[in-house]
Design a protein around this ligand. Structure first.
Ligand code: ADP
Length: 405
């Protein structure tokens, strides 16, 4: 079975085609700068022997419909295509950012599901509209394939009320669904499953803290395999310090910015989402550059990394308390997978809590799953590469199987 995974942003469509027989990626690509003057489409085809070819086309892509048509053409291209006929693609799995409270799991898309995703637009005004366009264009391009939605929020729907409710008038939850939702759920769920496989224990018996450190960053507390708390909130702005996002700030900060600096809600939105985090403190949102700057003696970069890792460690302590018993901590995504220095700073000094990092193993962690705790550590510390696209493909396959039952 071949499954196409689509992640549609405001000006791009990212896609990956899987052969689910062996979970092999057959093709992956991106149509970017859609609607701009110079759009670009890049596709990499990967043969079963591991050889790959890359096609790069500078084409004018006026809108997502056109982008999708180009993608289909490339996927079935006689010379470069990954499949002969688009009907070989049995299903399309869509990443949908905000499922609100309506979706606890992966769902086959019908008119009602589309209406529910639309109702959640106020909660994710930047993400759900392009996701809906992705669904619309994929339905048009693959009329015979099943369309499936995999929500970033679904994994966090098991969080209990004491952890998801904000202490503000209850009507705001009842009427407007203002609450913590959490994001990156697909990644947290994927690495939790991989951790269970690695530890050789059922996920339902495991207590984990998963730490996703990409451009966006979040943590999840997982008790008996179910998420019980997470750092992001109603929007992906809350929690950890991120590349350009502030994470937690005093909720009264926007009033100060308005009253004293005359900033508009839009200015504040831009400030907290795009100009804060690592970038706000030291001028770059790229962790590699932050570390290079520290090596070159830049004191602001040092402060930025200090803030970044302190916040993670603080939440680690909080989630230790929430979970009471902890089996493993998992680091994942760009920074979590690739920066021994960040992992070390977050994990140091927690021996009394039963968690001890082995600095040598930490430095040697490679591309697969690595265990970086010392022999004596009661809590395992794991580095597990995330793969949100594969998880979406797996979820899509499962949804199809469930629908046939
Ligand atoms: P996205 O959220 O866009 O998917 P990624 O998961 O790719 O992001 O993570 C991007 C981050 O990973 C960037 O801050 C980048 O600097 C960081 N990163 C990648 N490789 C390394 C490395 N070797 N050391 C430190 N940081 C790294």
């Amino acid at each position: 079975m071949k499954i196409l995974v689509i992640n549609t942003g405001s000006s791009s469509i990212k896609y990956e085609l899987f052969d689910m027989a062996d979970h092999r990626v057959m093709a992956s690509g991106i149509a970017e700068r859609i609607g701009e003057e110079e759009s670009l489409i890049i596709q990499k085809n990967i043969l079963s022997n591991g050889e790959s070819t890359e096609i790069k086309e500078a084409v004018l892509i006026a809108d997502h419909h056109e982008g999708m048509r180009h993608i289909v053409d490339l996927l079935v291209d006689e010379e470069y295509g990954a499949v002969r006929d688009k009907n070989e693609i049995a299903a399309v799995g869509h990443r949908v950012v905000h499922g609100g409270e309506a979706f606890h799991s992966t769902t086959i898309i019908d008119e009602e599901v589309i209406a529910a995703i639309k109702r959640n637009i106020p909660l994710a005004p930047l993400h759900n509209p392009p996701n809906l366009i992705g669904i619309e264009v994929a339905r048009e391009a693959f009329p015979d394939a099943l369309q499936v939605a995999v929500f970033d929020t679904a994994f966090h729907q098991t969080i209990p009320m004491r952890a998801f409710l904000y202490a503000i008038p209850f009507e705001l939850y009842e009427k407007e669904r203002v609450r913590r939702y959490g994001f990156h759920g697909t990644s947290h769920a994927y690495v939790a499953e991989r951790a269970a496989e690695y530890l050789g224990r059922p996920l339902g018996e495991l207590n984990l803290i998963t730490i996703h450190l990409g451009n966006g960053a979040s943590m999840a507390a997982i008790k008996n395999g179910k998420c019980v708390d997470t750092t992001m909130g109603m929007t992906p702005l809350a929690g950890l310090v991120m590349g350009t996002r502030s994470g937690d700030v005093d909720p009264a900060l926007p009033f100060f910015l308005t009253d004293h600096l005359g900033m508009s809600p839009k200015d504040i939105d831009t400030l907290l989402n795009n100009e804060s985090g690592l970038k706000g403190v030291c001028g770059t949102n790229d962790m590699r550059e932050v570390i290079e700057k520290i090596d070159a003696g830049d004191s602001r970069a040092k402060i930025a990394l200090d803030l970044y890792t302190y916040r993670i460690k603080k939440y680690m302590g909080a989630y230790f308390a929430v979970l009471e018993i902890l089996d493993a901590v998992v680091f994942t995504a760009g920074i979590g997978e690739n920066s021994p220095y960040v992992r070390e700073l977050c994990s140091r000094g927690l021996n009394r809590l039963g968690m001890e990092i082995d600095l040598e193993r930490n430095k040697l962690a490679g591309s697969g799953i690595s265990e970086i705790n010392s022999q004596n550590s009661e809590v395992k510390i794991l580095v597990i590469p995330t793969n949100e696209e594969l998880k979406i493909a797996q979820e899509t396959k499962k949804a199809i199987a469930n629908s046939l039952k």
